[in-house]
Design a protein around this ligand. Structure first.
Ligand code: B1M
Length: 214
């Protein structure tokens, strides 16, 4: 029964039943599942299938929108739980994060931000479609230790490179670590654009940030 709750969450995402995604997420939490397990085995796994169906032409944009809506609402149920589990007094560093200009995919970026703050980092989330200068200005203003950029489109991942170029031009690069992520982003891309690291999910983003800043 308990195992099938995660499968039910996955199915509701695939079938774009946003309200039921939230309902089953609450049930799974009440049944004692860990938030990260619900996210990875239920929500993300379902969203992966939605993406594949969209790519193959079986699904259209409204499916993506409704599935994302369900996932966002379910995430807002899980985020306080994630934060509560990661409570710690020590501040490990200050990080500015956002999804780059031209890109409005927010779920993965927000999850990375939540996991970083749950693990002791102070996070300034600039949202989506973030202009190059906004990353730079915010990082300068709050004396950030790191910038994290998310990009989900092959057409927007180049903006990650542009932000790094601008950090170089502004003289800030040596004092700010940069990590990048998002579905089309790879370790090779991160190296090519001169980022300090790449993470393929929110948990490894935390590990990477700790490695870079501690
Ligand atoms: Co869009 N979309 N979408 N979409 N969408 C993708 C990315 C796509 C792969 C779907 C597909 O064709 N299979 C495809 C991109 C193709 C490409 O460029 N190669 C695509 C497309 C084409 C588009 C549009 C162009 C469609 C259109 O309009 N014709 C359009 C673009 C809009 C824009 O940004 N300008 C678009 C729009 C949308 C919606 C708005 C409808 C919606 C987003 C809603 C929202 O965020 N509020 C949406 C969705 C939901 C998706 C898919 C299905 C799911 C994305 C998601 O939320 N995944 C996606 C398919 C896919 O990725 N499989 C797709 C769940 C999330 C937890 O994972 O974001 O990957 P993810 O984040 C992970 C890791 O990547 C990593 O950790 C996270 C947690 O594990 N990570 C980081 C992410 N950022 C990180 C940063 C880090 C470190 C790790 O450090 C800083």
């Amino acid at each position: 029964m308990e195992k099938s709750l995660l499968e039910q969450i996955r199915q509701t995402v695939i079938e774009s039943e946003a309200d039921r995604t939230v309902e089953f997420t609450r049930k799974a939490l009440d049944a004692g599942f860990e938030p990260l397990e619900i996210i990875n085995k239920g929500l993300v796994s379902g969203m992966q299938v939605v993406g594949e169906k969209y790519e193959s032409g079986e699904y259209f944009l409204p499916h993506l929108i409704i599935a994302a809506d369900g996932m966002k609402k379910a995430m807002s149920v899980l985020e306080p739980e994630l934060k509560a589990r990661g409570q710690q007094a020590e501040k490990l560093g200050t990080v500015v994060i956002g999804t780059v200009q031209g890109d409005i995919h927010e779920i993965g970026k927000t999850l990375v931000g939540t996991m970083l703050s749950a693990n002791g980092f102070e996070v300034y989330d600039l949202g989506v479609d973030v202009k190059i200068e906004d990353f730079i200005n915010k990082a300068r203003e709050i004396r950030a230790n790191a910038i994290g950029m998310s990009a989900l489109l092959t057409t927007t991942m180049t903006v990650q490179r542009d932000v790094i170029k601008e950090l170089n031009n502004s003289g800030l690069r040596s004092s700010i670590k940069v990590i990048v992520g998002g579905a089309p982003v790879t370790k090779e891309w991160a190296e090519r654009i001169g980022a300090d690291g790449y993470a393929d999910d929110a948990v490894s983003a935390v590990t990477l940030m700790k490695k870079l800043l501690m």
